[in-house]
Design a protein around this ligand. Sequence first.
Ligand code: GLU
Length: 477
Amino acid sequence: MALKSKEIRVRMAPSPTGLLHFGNARTALFNYLFTKHSGGKLILRIEDTDIERSDKAFEKDIIDNLKWLGIIWDEGPFLQSERTSIYIKYLDKLVKDGLAYYCFCTQEELEGKKQEQMSRGVPAKYNGKCHNLSEEEIKKYLSQGKPSVIRFKIPEKKVSFNDIIRGKIEFESSLLGDFVIAKDLSTPLYNFALVVDDFEMKISHVIRGEDHIPNTPKQILLQEALNLPQPKYGHLPLILGPDKSKLSKRHGTQSIAEYRKQGYLAESVINFMAFLGWNPGTEKEIFSMDSLIKEFSLEKVQKSGAIFNIQRLDYLNGFYIRQKSIDELTELCQPYLPASPAGGPKIDKQKLQQIIAMHKERLKKLSEIKELTDFFFKQPQYSKELLRWKKADDEQIKQSLDILEKLLFKIKRWDKAEIENVLMVEAEQTGDRGILLWPFRVALSGKKASAGPFEIAEALGKEETLIRIKQAKELIL
Ligand code: GLU
């Protein structure tokens, strides 16, 4: 039976044990798109049951970057570490019903058993040694302070569920072994806390990475033991590196914060991430968040791994950068530029916008603006050799610089069209434009490749342009 939209509730459940990366951000995005498309709600739950590995700084990073991406939740954030009293109730019930039990096996015993099972070639799992301890034994050990954990008694059966993306998935529960669900009554572990929360938070759909499939039968068995309804499951394909292995640090940076720092825009990251496992089935490749919400469906999510192609992200980012107004783009670029020019030419807002505008077409990431425009903020340093066009000798370079100086000096209306008119007439006459224009570009920018030299000269102003030609001449002398 189809659910009414108000019954559709999904969650993002990151563990604050690392920065928000493409994997968990993609899961968050698909949850967001699915629930917004259906008119449901998104809950943010911070799964910080692993006290040693959880860190407030990671929690903050996750929350900040989800907001930056525009993945906004309706309820939460709820922290599992603040919900212990809820879990105790359920855990206590399981123990009382005999469906979970205290286990006092030591690490050495467990390790020894595991080695022995592996040497026999059978799957390593807990052998149930503590399952039949009497109440007196348990009381005695607990009062002696013997270290213990709480294990779930796995019923022997086939567990199956219908995954929205992958179809029917079946498991033999006997392979699982009685797993640990809590360190003690007030310290539940991941699988247990998650099952209780999914119920308490009325989660209708669990949408998460494929790496969680092995946890699903454990969670289903816990739901059954606690008499809780089963949510629907959808497991998203893994994100793979270009070499088709699971995306990892090896493939370069993964944290959203790092991409953000490099100057990728939130809209590019979202557009890119949506295609990591989903596509609309048409040629359309540019999607805003709103159009994704309209078109997204879990049925169109693929089973096979999604390849992470950084060139595609660069392409999308270039596209979104070009959509920005100069005002907006200048503001976005500001953090990458020197705060105040140190000894360089004075750059006011209008000039800055002019500089940004001339680089808009070639920008793929905002951070690139720094290197592309550094010579506007301080005089360029370069070697004399860079001034040399092909086989030109020093005399020829000097001659070109003299001509440039003379022609530029005479220009009255200092704008790029006029500068270009004057210099092109001369450049065409030499038969090889590079002889004049190459040292011109280098003298102004100190670079082999840059925005057009006429535009640069206009932005630098007549005085600064002439200073730079003079400096180039000094290099050649
Ligand atoms: N806390 C888990 C993780 O960060 C997610 C669990 C789930 O989505 O079911 O991988």
